[in-house]
Design a protein around this ligand. Sequence first.
Ligand code: GRF
Length: 192
Amino acid sequence: MEKLTGLKKIKTAVFISGVGSNLKNIIKFSKLKKSPISIDLVVSNTNLAKGLKYADQFKIKKKIFNSKNFIETEKIILILLRKEKIKFICLAGFMKILSKGFIKKFDGKIINIHPSLLPKYKGLNTHSRAIKNKDIFAGCTVHYVTEKLDSGKVVMQKKIKIAASDNSISLSKKILKQEHKLYPAAIMKIFN
Ligand code: GRF
């Protein structure tokens, strides 16, 4: 990843679909002097995403897409990203799969956070799968987004022990806490 030269932060968009706790966390991080990125756009594929409130709260431009034709929607998003001079994208609980064409346009500039120790448990229901398999460890991963789901190069991972008393809800809470530390650390790692 290119080195940061001047004092300018890299204009970044965060894509969400849900609660947005990672979005909130990344926005807070982006306000720190040491942050290499600024959050300039929030994109959601649904107006039901609770996280959209953080765009309002922090006065960040937001764009909501409800279109069923996502390929067409992607074209509009790309135009918007260009207009806003967005150079980096963080997916944070974004539930749509981006097309090969879209990813190619932002090659090596899209990262995602996934609640498992990739390559284990790509896709959904990661916590219940880890518990069902009686895994000793679980965790989260920040990785580059490629056309293969949850398969791009790992930037950073955090591993935690699964307690005997854990269920998928308690485990997801524990891991989410770690996600909030990992995502900023991974962004720092990429740009430093
Ligand atoms: C997180 O667990 C993230 O790893 C996964 O979706 C969840 C999003 O949570 N991709 P939030 O919307 O950031 O609170």
